[in-house]
Design a protein around this ligand. Structure first.
Ligand code: C2E
Ligand code: MG
Ligand code: MG
Length: 673
């Protein structure tokens, strides 16, 4: 009642004015009151009809927000504000310049009083569109006076900055604002991205600031339009990070490295410094990854990444190139020998076992190092040369090697071998040699190990060490395995027919074993040659057993089911996990010849022999070259022997002759003497 009385008092003198005036409730979006001119503008027959009108359908969200902002501002700080508005009484657009004020400052009611001052004619359509655009755009548009005090904000700007904000306060970094202000002063225009304070916290805005005359008083003003780029910047940052980071280890990736390398070369050139590029490859990684699973492989790579980082100073760079390949970049080297110190540190650090899950794993690193400027003055060349040096280190069994020009020939060599080997397979240049195995009880030849040879038209006899790894890398190994299996089995049939009770042993490469169909390949070869499976033995390496996977077990079981024998080659050089020996259906172990060569290692060989007895596995000593070695082996009751002392690997003809002439070593052996 009081409110209405109050209202009628306030509206009484307004009723007589000849300009349209009305009071509007921003909350309910309903008319509260209008004078006669107001009713005419709205084409209402009386106040009742106007009050009952539901015009909320004509009011967009942007306009609602704007009205609420006006109500709020007018209640607190601002007296009145002017805007161009277009109304739609009965659907027809009518444009006015409106002065908006708070109807009753005493009350909390969001009632706006609107004076529709001057009907705008069609000449200012442009102004109307602009006003409408400003109202609806999601761009934050504000006008400030030359001191940065806010004069106007469109609804979007008002919503994020609040009312009465100043331009300087908007910037999170004041130095940023000072810089922009200076530029604005000099150039009249600045486009930038800046971190700003908003009502909902800090954000990044893309801003365009322009000096312009203040349309109201002709003074200097600053027009600022801006929009939020926080998400876009974050997305950009993520993309950048993804493009330059290895997601698994968090280290910089290849792209980052190449970029950094060319920058660092530039700096090294200017300062006459050295630069060292390390190419690091983990020798056993592939085996671990394939056998323990990718999760273990991933954890191993992370652990290696961490160790490498610990080996260098913070300012230097470790990157992962992919797979098990890492790079270390040492820049600003004054003394080249500093790289040796780091290489030693890496080798030492990585030779400590890494604990991954329940496993203690060893990864031998092979490291190749190249220097700027000695070994190349471009990133690519330095990387290539470090890679070659790494290859050379790998061939030498791990550790590190510095690049030298002789390595260029080695790489070419491998390429040549690859090309020639493809041809060799077609042209039947491969052949199989045989090396006898002697049992120690009666000194008889009980087996022949098949060792592949490549009879190269110009190079002569190429040993397997020089081409097996190339064949493994290129997949040609499966053809070689098939060839050796068939040839050796056929040869066994020939020896059998001649009355020699001798088995043949064939080496299976890890890659072939992992392919999963090796049992089938062996079965086919047995069927094709008609060879007695009991006279066939396959030599596999310890690394193949490492996996506790079903595949290893099922492959070994299906091979055993064929009736063949299985032995572990080069035993003692790999993981030598004794559990595997018990777990899998094996027949014998071949102790690596390294044990025999080094008298300090004989104790290990003794243990292997002893262990073989306990596990009912026969132990074969490889690489018997001297009588002393032979005597030692006989004394220690080793089961079988193989080595140059008895025979080098020889061709099929010579092997047949050997079988014919060597019925027994018995008489030559001290044990039986
Ligand atoms: P492995 O299976 O351990 O073969 C024994 C190697 O030691 C042979 O070298 C043999 O000539 C050599 N050797 C035998 N007795 C002695 C000795 O008393 N003293 C010394 N110093 N060495 C001796 P080879 O024929 O050069 O073969 C090297 C390796 O190449 C083999 O090691 C085997 O891992 C691989 N290999 C050979 N043939 C094949 C094949 O057909 N398939 C696969 N996948 N690998 C093969
Ligand atoms: Mg072998
Ligand atoms: Mg061996």
């Amino acid at each position: 009642m009081t409110r209405l009385t109050n209202m009628s008092m306030r509206t009484r003198h307004l009723s007589v004015l000849q300009i349209p005036i009305w009071v509007f409730d921003v909350h309910t979006l309903r008319f509260v009151w209008a004078n006669a001119e107001g009713l005419r503008l709205w084409e209402a027959p009386d106040l009742e009809e106007l009050r009952l009108r539901d015009i909320s359908v004509d009011i967009s969200q942007a306009v609602r927000t704007r009205l609420s902002q006006h109500a709020e501002d007018l209640k607190s700080t601002v007296d009145a504000t002017t805007e161009y508005w277009t109304f739609y009484p009965k659907g027809k657009p009518q444009s006015y310049e409106c002065v908006i004020s708070d109807f009753d400052a005493e009350s909390s009611e969001p009632w706006l009083m609107i004076h529709a001052l001057k009907k705008d004619d069609s000449s200012s359509i442009d102004t109307l569109y602009r006003a409408n655009a400003l109202l609806h755009t999601s761009l934050f548009v504000s006008v400030y006076d030359h001191g940065g005090k806010e004069l106007y904000s469109n609804p979007a700007a008002r919503a994020i900055f609040g009312s009465q904000h100043s331009l300087a306060e908007q910037f999170c970094e004041q130095e940023n604002w000072q810089l922009i202000e200076r530029q604005l002063h000099q150039q009249g225009h600045v486009s930038t991205e800046a971190r700003v304070h908003t009502l909902s916290g800090e954000a990044w805005h893309s801003m365009t600031l322009e000096t312009c005359p203040n349309p109201v008083d002709g003074g200097n003003a600053i027009l600022v339009s801006e929009y939020d780029v926080t998400e876009a910047r974050e997305a950009r940052r993520k993309i950048h990070e993804l493009a330059f980071t290895d997601t698994l280890t968090g280290l910089p990736n290849r792209a980052y490295l190449l970029d950094a390398l060319s920058n660092k070369i530039h700096v090294a050139r200017q300062n006459s410094h050295y630069l060292a590029v390390f190419f690091i490859d983990l020798d056993r990684f592939k085996v671990i990854n394939d056998s323990l699973g990718h999760a273990a492989g991933d954890n191993l790579l992370k652990a290696v990444a961490k160790r490498l980082q610990d080996c260098i100073r913070n300012s230097q760079l470790v990157a992962r190139l992919g797979g098990d390949e890492f790079t270390v970049l040492l820049d600003a080297l004054i003394d080249k020998d500093d790289a040796i110190v780091v290489a030693d540190r890496i080798v030492e650090s990585l030779s400590e076992p890494l604990v991954v899950g329940n496993h203690e794993l060893l990864v031998t690193p092979s490291i190749g190092v190249s220097y700027y400027p000695e070994h190349g003055d471009s990133g690519n060349t330095l990387m290539q040369h470090a890679d070659m040096a790494m290859y050379s280190a790998k061939t030498a069994g791990g550790g590190y090697k510095f690049f030298n020009s002789a390595m260029l020939t080695n790489v070419r060599e491998r390429l040549l071998i690859e090309g020639d080997l493809r041809y060799a397979l077609k042209d039947e240049q491969l052949t199989v040699h045989y090396q006898p195995k002697i049992e120690t009880q009666f000194g008889q030849v009980i087996g022949m190990e098949a060792l592949v040879r490549w009879n190269h038209p110009t190079r002569g006899m190429v040993p397997p060490m020089e081409f097996i790894s190339v064949a493994e890398e290129t997949g040609m190994i499966s053809q070689i395995t098939r060839y050796v299996l068939r040839t050796a089995m056929r040869q066994q049939c020939v020896w059998s027919a001649l009355g020699h009770d001798v088995s043949v042993a064939i080496n299976i490469s890890p890659r072939e074993f992992r392919s999963g169909d090796i049992a089938l390949v062996v079965q086919q070869a047995l069927e094709e040659t008609g060879c007695d499976p009991a006279q066939v033995e396959l030599e596999i390496t310890e690394s193949m057993l490492m996996a506790d996977s079903g595949l290893v077990h099922s492959t070994l079981t299906s091979m055993k089911d064929l009736g063949i024998k299985l032995s572990i080659d080069d035993f003692g050089t790999g993981y030598s996990n004794l559990v595997y020996l018990k777990k899998f259906p094996l027949d014998s172990i071949k102790a690596d010849r390294a044990f025999l060569m080094d008298t300090d290692q004989l104790a290990v060989l003794e243990m292997i022999i002893d262990m073989g007895k306990r596990l009912s596995l026969s132990v074969v000593a490889e690489g018997v070259e001297t009588r002393e070695q032979l005597n030692w082996l006989l004394e220690h009751d080793c089961d079988e022997l193989q080595g140059y002392l008895f025979s080098r690997p020889v061709n099929a003809e010579e092997a047949t002759e050997y079988l014919r002439t060597h019925h027994s070593w018995l008489q030559k052996m001290p044990k039986s003497a």
